[in-house]
Design a binder for this molecule. Structure first.
Ligand code: TXA
Ligand code: MG
Length: 338
């Protein structure tokens, strides 16, 4: 078994593995990442290989100090206004679940960014992640630690189930706090664009830098036309077929043998229970009894992982109200449904 609880000793071992070109899965506040030294192209190639991730899909680079930006980006390309926006976002929202697309410099191998001139940079709000980054080269490239296209891991056990011994070490830091990936934004253009909704709600970004554009439109299978490969239509998918339904539609959906029901809130489940015979449903789950989107986001992947362990014929899932983290929840549910 390659899974170890986080301690001073295991952190040092993990950092050494990264510095030697190996792969370490580690917790962040969002989901577990599959980390490699960003300056080591051979190690980066292993990340793609282990995840079966297509080379057109760039990795997020994780830092643990703002000064590291100088080592990996070229901010001189940005105009003054964009630089000010960056510093404001970094000051207020880092460390946190926000990845910012910035011009990369030559020290970053092209493999990390899939040949793009830009890189997604993130400063995670997790002690283990920060220590691991600081103890290694200061910048770790890490996609979510799951096979490509599947559900992101929110526990060390999920990483083990998906990647097993292909990872040199899994650092077990318990369940992740947010449970959903970071928001990815592009600030390099005229208007700030959200490429992937995530743990930082759009409203929080808008409070700082004004209106932002939602560019996370679900794209078809033509990866070449995507701004961010995370926009792939089918992504974050459980193995069990999943249908997304509005609140009204799930209330009208009869219980069905072999089908799981995943409600956003307990109130909707109670309305549904008045109409249908629950014993005919395989299982009934609720993301958040009192409809808190923070709690729902935190539990989404964990519950989908759990439901995937049974061989249900399908999952009926209720959409969240589309504000705050609800947008990220609905984004993941819609992609899981394709
Ligand atoms: O919360 C997270 O972001 C987690 C943890 C581990 O940090 N990481 C994660 O990484 O979700 P990954 O590789 O599963 O998703 C990275 C997303 C992908 O949608 C990728 O296409 C996008 O970021 N991305 C990375 N670099 C990009 C770039 N230069 N331009 C546009 N999109 C980029
Ligand atoms: Mg991922």
């Amino acid at each position: 078994m390659n899974c170890f609880a986080v301690s001073e000793k295991t952190l040092k071992q993990a950092a050494q593995i990264i510095l030697n070109g190996g792969l370490v899965a580690f917790p962040t506040e969002t989901v577990y990442g599959l980390g490699a030294d960003v300056f080591n192209a051979k190690a980066l190639a292993k990340v793609f290989d282990v995840k079966k991730r297509p080379y057109f899909d760039p990795l997020i680079i994780h830092i643990a100090a703002l000064e590291t930006l100088e080592k990996i980006t070229d901010l001189s390309i940005l105009n003054k206004e964009t630089r000010l926006k960056l510093f404001l976002l970094a000051e207020k929202l880092w460390p946190g679940p926000l990845s910012i697309i910035l011009p990369k410099n030559k020290k970053i191998p092209d493999l990390a960014t899939a040949g793009l001139a830009t890189a997604a940079i993130r400063f995670p709000d997790n002690d283990t992640a920060q220590k691991l980054i600081s103890l290694s080269s200061g910048a770790i490239a890490a996609p979510s630690a799951n096979p490509f296209g599947g559900l992101s891991p929110t526990k060390a056990q999920h990483v083990w189930d998906g990647l097993g011994e292909k990872v040199d070490m899994i650092l077990d830091g318990g369940s992740t706090r947010i449970g959903l990936e970071s928001t990815v934004i592009d600030i390099t253009g005229e208007c700030i664009k959200i490429l992937r909704p995530g743990g930082t709600p759009k409203e929080e970004i808008e409070k700082l830098v004004g209106a932002v554009q939602d560019a996370s439109i679900v794209a078809g299978d033509n990866a070449g036309s995507l701004v961010s490969p995370g926009q792939l239509k089918s992504h974050y998918a459980p193995r069990t077929p999943l249908s997304v339904l509005s609140r009204e539609d799930i209330i009208n959906q009869p219980a069905k043998a072999g089908y799981a029901f995943l409600f956003f809130d307990g109130f909707t489940r109670d309305v549904w229970l008045k109409s249908w015979n629950p014993s005919e449903a395989a299982i009934i789950k609720v993301l958040s009894e009192d409809g808190q989107s923070l709690e729902a986001a935190y539990r989404l992947f964990e519950i989908l992982h759990e439901l995937d362990n049974y061989n249900f014929s399908g999952i009926f899932a209720q959409l969240a109200p589309s504000q705050g983290l609800g947008e990220a929840i609905n984004d993941r549910l819609s992609r899981a449904a394709c």
